[in-house]
Structure formats: structure tokens, C-alpha cells
Ligand binder design. Structure first.
Ligand SMILES: [Zn+2]
Length: 470
């Protein structure tokens, strides 16, 4: 597969992107959509409103009001919302586009994800894909981009020692080694000129380097999110890290409960955004090895309905990950998951902003679909109400990302990123999967358009051949 010359893939993908834009762009040129007689769940402080009409024009919500009180513009596309529910498009807070590859952009839209935060990728290509989405040459969610993973020099040196055949990822293209405070300042300076939204730290050489990195990023006006890379809550607070992925180390369980809760309250007061990615722990560890082997070997939908829509790179990466699911790993997660969930429940009660992300690219975590599983886990494991779970994937991330002036709620003037559901997500959060239509920046995708988009995903060249090679 690797001998396919990259320019060839480039040409093919050019053609297919155009097809994709066409197939899904049935509404291209459409200027007005009217969703009639729908129950709107606006995700503002107000409660769901039945019998509403929502007008969309030129990519924006121009009116929301009681059916019968609004004048439907001539020529508008009419969508009957009777018996249906309208929620804002979902925000996926933890994706890795270089690993899922560009075909996954379509999968996100099919699952109602209209905003996506990339948490570590080869920045040149994800910046390019974002530009193509903005130009209308590609169908995909709005993207916020961290750029490369910031790693400790030690971790990169460890990865370099892996035999090439045991690591499919061209990791040096997506990861930057940082070995000292001076390195940290130099790297942040070198990345500052790029159009990156924030920085993502994954491993740190030591506390001094970590502190220097966050300080340098803040001096450039950029927030730092990522793994918890210091053992000390005090150093974490001193650094002022803005967001945390995958929760906090379970070693915090040795603290007295009131001290730990006091720490969570400080996170809440500083509005540190926490993206626990519970679905990753649940889906990538606790399934039987046989299931994982079947999943990566099978090329049909027999094992999982989305299996045929995954990129060749990601499947190769998943093959490696299957071998990493050892009995020791399972034993660790058996112990760690209940503790992690207890801490997350404490954080939720302490008012910490918890947001939905799935860490797609991890074994058995699927672009778009797994975000819905994360919402169900928020309800089942963190005791969130369905409304709170919905907030964690709409208004809360929009506020935290400082894009709430345009997305995250259904209000006049907002960007028209909407999901029409066949059943009430407030009575059962699993109903977020029952998608009748998606509106992406004002463009309507009815069910048949979403199915056509899915079919186009399957024909993308990155499904057939690994296009992210060393
Ligand atoms: Zn990740």
C-alpha cells in the first residue's frame, strides 16, 4: 500500500473532494430553509419550546418563533418538524484528524458534529483541510486546531527507538520534542506565526519546562490544554494550564477528600475546561481481544456498522493498538476507571466545566458516533441530566472556546448549525443518534443527503490506501 506515489493520491483526492462537495451540496445555492412546527431545545437558559418555526438564511438563524406567527419567505425549502426536536450542532472537543484522515470529516457531519477541536495532528495538512472547508471545496465541521503534540524530548527519543515496523504513525511530523525551558520558548515562538487556536501538551520533560511552556504560550495569547503532566496540583495551578484531557491522575485519590474537592473548586473558579474522554477507556480496553481482532481484520460492516468507513491509516494504527491491550492494561483500567469516574462526579458537583470529546483514533472509538456514546456515559456514569449532557457538547464548549457568539445555542443571529432529531433527547440521551437532518452553516442535509455523504466517505482514497506515510 505504501508504494502508491503521494502525488497520485493527491490527484485522486482532488477529484473525490469535488464529488463529495457535489453529492452533499444538493442545497448549494439554497438561501432559505424553514423548519416548521418543531420542538426547539435552544440550550439557552430557557426550556424547550414546542410548535416553533426556525428560519435560516445565508448560513444564519434569522428567526425563531411560534409557528403561524412567522412569515415563511417565498422559495424557502420547507422541512416539516412535526414530532421532531431541534438541537444545536455538536462540538467534538478531542479529535486527531491526521490519524482519522480527511474522510472522517464527512463522518463527523453525518453524526451531527458541526464543530471539532483537533488535539494533535500534522499541522500543515489539517490547516489545509480547514481552508478547503472554508472555501467550500470540502464538507466538514468548523475546526479549531492545536497543531502538533508538544512532547518531552524523552518521550520522542523513546518513540525513535521503536522498530519502524512496529509504529505506523509518522510521529515526528505531528509531535515536537521539548527538552528544556529554552526549548519551550523557542518552540512556542516558532509555532506562533501559524494559524493555530491553542496548544496541546502531552508529555513534559520536567516541571520547569512545563511552567516555561505555559508561560510562553500565554505570553502569545494562546491557551494550553492537554494531559496533566505534573504530579503536583500546586504546580498545575501555578502553571495556569487552561484545559485538561482525560481527567486527572488517579494518584489524587490519596488526597483527603476535602482537599481534593477544594482543588476541583479552584479549577471551577478558573474555568479550567475538562474533557474526560470516558468513551476511550470504556471502548478501547474492556472489549474482548477477539472483538478487536475481528474489528481490524474485517472490512465489511459485520463487526461494526462504521468499519467500512475508516481510513487505511487508522486501521493500521488500530492493529498496533490491539497488541497493546495487555492483561496488565486491563487490570490498570479495572482499578483506575471507577476512581476516575468518582473524581469526575466530584468535579461535576464542584462546578467544573466538563465537555464532551471522544479521542477519536483510539482503538474502537469512531469519528462522530463515539461522541454520542460519551454523552450517554455522562448521564450513566457522571449522573448528569440529559440536558447537562447536551450542554457539554453545545453551549459549554462554545463558551469555553470563545465562539459562543456564533455557535452552541439556537438563537436569532447564530450560525445555523443544527440537528433535527426524530425523538426527544431529554427523555433519553441516546436519541441524539436518531438524526433526521443536519444543517451545517446553513446548508441542509436531509437523511438521504447524509446517506449519500456516507457513501462518498467510503469512496475516498484514504479508505483504500494509507496516505499518511513516513
Ligand atoms: Zn488524544
Amino acid at each position: 500500500m505504501r508504494q502508491i506515489p503521494i502525488p497520485m493520491i493527491g490527484r485522486l483526492s482532488g477529484i473525490l473532494i469535488a464529488t463529495l462537495a457535489c453529492a452533499s451540496g444538493r442545497g448549494a445555492g439554497q438561501t432559505a430553509i424553514t423548519i416548521r412546527n418543531v420542538t426547539v431545545i435552544p440550550m439557552t437558559a430557557t426550556s424547550p419550546a414546542p410548535g416553533q418555526t426556525v428560519l435560516v438564511r445565508d448560513g444564519r438563524i434569522v428567526e425563531v418563533g411560534a409557528a403561524g406567527q412567522l412569515r415563511i419567505p417565498a422559495g424557502a425549502i420547507i422541512v416539516d418538524g412535526t414530532g421532531k426536536y431541534l438541537i444545536p450542532g455538536l462540538v467534538e472537543m478531542h479529535a486527531h484528524m491526521s490519524k482519522t484522515r480527511a474522510s472522517a470529516l464527512g463522518l463527523y457531519v453525518v453524526h451531527g458534529v458541526t464543530t471539532l477541536r483537533d488535539q494533535g495532528s500534522e499541522h500543515a495538512e489539517v490547516l489545509r483541510w480547514r481552508q478547503e472547508i472554508r472555501d467550500g471545496a470540502r464538507v466538514g465541521p468548523r475546526m479549531l486546531i492545536a497543531g502538533p503534540y508538544l512532547e518531552s524530548l524523552r518521550n520522542i527519543e523513546r518513540m525513535r527507538r521503536d522498530p519502524p515496523e512496529s509504529r505506523v504513525e509518522p510521529f515526528e511530523r505531528a509531535r515536537i520534542p521539548i527538552g528544556s525551558p529554552a526549548d519551550a520558548r523557542r518552540v512556542i515562538d516558532s509555532l506562533a506565526a501559524l494559524e493555530l487556536d491553542h496548544f496541546k501538551i502531552r508529555t513534559a520533560q520536567d516541571d520547569a519546562t512545563y511552567l516555561a511552556l505555559v508561560q510562553a504560550a500565554h505570553a502569545r495569547g494562546k491557551r494550553v490544554v492537554g494531559h496533566v503532566v505534573t504530579a503536583s496540583p500546586a504546580v498545575f495551578l501555578q502553571a495556569g494550564q487552561d484545559g485538561v484531557e482525560h481527567g486527572f491522575p488517579i494518584s489524587l485519590d490519596s488526597m483527603a477528600r476535602e482537599d481534593r474537592v477544594a482543588f476541583w473548586r479552584q479549577l471551577a473558579a478558573r474555568d479550567v475546561g475538562v474533557v474526560p474522554t470516558i468513551v476511550t477507556a470504556v471502548e478501547s480496553v474492556f472489549r474482548p481481544t477477539e472483538y478487536f481482532r475481528d474489528l481490524v481484520t474485517d472490512t465489511t460492516a459485520a463487526v461494526h456498522p462504521l468499519r467500512p468507513y475508516l481510513s487505511a491509516f487508522m486501521i493500521q494504527d488500530w492493529r498496533e493498538q490491539v497488541d497493546e491491550v495487555t492483561p496488565q492494561r486491563r487490570a490498570y483500567f479495572d482499578r483506575a476507571l471507577p476512581v476516575g469516574l468518582k473524581h469526575l462526579r466530584e468535579m461535576h458537583e464542584a462546578g467544573v466545566r466538563i465537555m464532551a470529546g471522544s479521542d477519536v483514533a483510539v482503538l474502537n472509538v469512531f469519528p462522530g458516533a463515539s461522541l454520542h456514546d460519551e454523552l450517554r456515559l455522562f448521564v450513566d456514569s457522571l449522573r448528569m441530566s440529559p440536558m447537562q449532557a447536551l450542554e457539554s457538547a453545545t453551549r459549554k464548549p462554545a463558551e469555553w472556546l470563545r465562539i459562543a457568539d456564533s455557535v452552541g445555542t439556537i438563537e436569532r443571529g447564530k450560525v445555523a448549525d443544527l440537528i433535527l432529531l426524530d425523538a426527544d433527547p431529554l427523555s433519553d440521551i441516546a436519541n441524539t443518534r436518531r438524526i433526521a437532518a443536519v444543517v451545517l452553516r446553513g446548508k441542509l442535509f436531509r437523511r438521504q443527503d447524509l446517506d449519500a455523504l456516507l457513501a462518498e466517505v467510503r469512496r475516498m482514497p484514504d479508505i483504500r490506501a494509507n496516505d499518511w506515510v513516513r
